[in-house]
Design a protein around this ligand. Sequence first.
Ligand code: GDP
Length: 317
Amino acid sequence: MSVALVTGATGQDGSYLVERLLAEGHEVHGLVRREDLGGSLPADLVVHELDLASRADDLAGLVDRVSPDELYNLGGISSVAHSWADPVLTARVSGVAAVVLLDAARRLQERRGREVRVLQPSSAEIFGEPAESPQNEATPVRPVSPYGATKAFAHHLAGLERSRGLFTASVILYNHESPRRPPTFVTRKITSTVAAIAAGRADRLVLGNLDARRDWGWAPDYVDAMVRALRHDEPGDYVVATGEAHSVHDFVGAAFRHVGIDDWARLVEVDPAFIRPADPSLLVGDATRARERLGWVPTVTFDDLVARMVDAERAAE
Ligand code: GDP
């Protein structure tokens, strides 16, 4: 049984990961912010109340006390829009905190003489407006948002620590969704509103750019890629994506059709307030390396993803 430390343990990915690691029988420690303590947390999770924006010494001290074999740094700002509003907080929790954890992991490994492995969740946003599509691990990193720039910084630092002896795996994640996605993301906004319309509690869905395209996958599949990458023989970087892009329009249509509404165009409105000044449109990932080296493949199709998210909303109605 190994010891795992998970930051962002209450988030979408963190919660799926914690459930999986506990089911595998590991001792799992989670970093949880005070405001998230109220939610339902797995009984076996060892909870540490700490914020990634805390002092570096407090974060590093926690790594020393927990002495993990696997460290999954899943906490951080996950919204591109929010990163424009608060680039300083974004840099602290998704950038500086990542460096603190990597540095603490390497020092711990040197002190105790046993390997510490670190999983850094990188993001397709590091590619910004990419020169090529689909993107792979060799695509130039040139972010176009504070979020992308911060994730690029942490991605590079994970690679540099690897070059001096720390096992780091960096998974370059494309959008990944589930019923646990916060409603600020377009998929959850669509599925919750479509379920409300089907139940007669709402009468329209107001969105921004319907032509925006994303490579959307199923979040638990992406958590599986993280675990595979961290337990592989060799450290490395891996693009994790479905390789298929769909438009927001496609997602809306699939969600409405799933609840039996075919003439949905009359229910959708576009509000320019939701249209972004810059919006990467060519982000599609080529996960060949993850498939070949990790044996990872996405298990949930686009239509299935939409159906699962809509069904979860309807079950909660
Ligand atoms: P992101 O890819 O991490 O920014 O994830 P989002 O789910 O927030 O956005 C995905 C795409 O949906 C972006 O291209 C948005 O411009 C587009 N979009 C269109 N309408 C909306 C909306 O009402 N809310 C959000 N969040 N995104 C929207």
